[in-house]
Write a new protein. Structure first.
Length: 339
């Protein structure tokens, strides 16, 4: 595809279980000696995938893994951390340590490989395990079966930036993330831009929504949504005549019922995506049509204050039309399943 992006891979209740983690394991298992694997992720409970990284390290792959040691579900990553610490990954295991004033978490999902040169980003955490712990899954959601996505980035400029970002997350620095030059960079190649969070200028999505007018359209699959600048701009866009349709997670904690009602009363089309097995709607993407131009936003970034100001996040903007078409198709599929 143009723009250095590959085909979006989706997970969901209509697709084979564990297909996204299987994709990652396939890349780990085929990484040759002398190559590199650079990962950063929030939840990591998949012991089989951790063992694949150990095997890769043993055959001479340079593995760097930055992992959140204190996710919302306390202790969720402990078994994998213990397994990897016992081995060591050749010194490549790093537990994320924010600066004293950051008070945030590592929420980015980056899965970069050097052979082939590709970096996957998106919403998927390897947070499942076999055998599974039903109590943990009930709290964090079954991401091996719920709605998620991973986008392969094949642009050498962008993959290099993502590998560097993993290295920055692996180190420790007393300067808060949002004040560091690296986190305030925007990396661009062929119509695709990468934004690192937290950063000083935090509203690129909201500024694009503020330009919507009559005849324009926004569609979004959003796992987390709270009152703030984004919801304000969505309502204002509807008042100017734009059409806004949202698919959101079916939990009070991630998307408050009061907010759903408020947005619906203002003319926003908003639908909770529920499933009989409580599978999560964890995808995070927006599709914006303005003045005949189409763009997409996606990544690990949640549309709330914590992601904007505290957490280490990845946000991508692209005008890559094949990628946009795939996201549009997936939006329609999720909407159909929710109807």
């Amino acid at each position: 595809m143009g723009g250095g992006l590959g085909r979006v891979e989706f997970g969901g209740p209509d697709l084979p279980p564990r297909r996204l983690r299987g994709l990652l394991q396939e890349h780990v298992d085929t990484s040759p000696p002398g190559s590199r694997i650079d990962w950063a992720t929030y939840y990591f409970r998949d012991r089989a995938l951790a063992e694949a990284l150990i095997r890769a390290s043993d055959r001479g792959v340079r593995v760097t893994l930055v992992l959140e040691p204190d996710p919302r579900r306390a202790g969720a990553n402990d078994a994998v951390i213990a397994l990897l610490q016992e081995h060591g990954l050749g010194g490549g295991l790093r537990l994320y340590r924010p600066a004293p004033f950051d008070r945030g978490h590592l929420h980015a999902k980056i899965y970069a490989f050097s052979h082939p040169d590709v970096a996957w980003i998106g919403s998927f955490n390897p947070s499942g395990d076999e055998p599974e712990d039903a109590e943990v899954v009930a709290e964090i959601g079954d991401q091996d079966r719920g709605h998620n996505l991973l986008l392969p980035i094949e642009s050498a400029r962008l993959t290099a930036a993502l590998r560097l970002h993993v290295a920055k997350l692996a180190g420790w620095n007393p300067i808060p993330l949002f004040l560091r030059p690296h986190f305030n960079r925007t990396i661009e190649d062929a119509g695709t831009k990468l934004y690192f969070y937290p950063r000083l200028l935090t509203y690129p999505v909201e500024r694009s929504i503020a330009r919507l007018a009559a005849g324009d359209r926004l569609r979004g699959a959003i796992s987390h949504l709270k009152p703030g600048e984004l919801t304000k701009q969505l309502v204002n866009a509807v008042k100017r005549g734009a059409r806004v349709d949202l698919l959101v997670h079916d939990t009070e904690r991630r998307v408050p019922t009061e907010l759903v009602g408020q947005l619906a009363n203002e003319g926003v089309g908003i639908v909770r995506v529920a499933h009989p097995d409580d599978l999560p709607m964890h995808a995070k993407f927006l599709l914006i049509e303005h003045a005949g131009q189409h763009v997409a936003w996606l990544g690990s970034y949640n549309f709330n204050k914590k992601s904007r100001r505290r957490n280490a996040e990845i946000l991508l903007r692209t005008n890559d039309q094949p990628v946009i078409a795939q996201l549009e198709g997936r939006f329609g599929q999720i909407a159909f399943m929710a109807s």
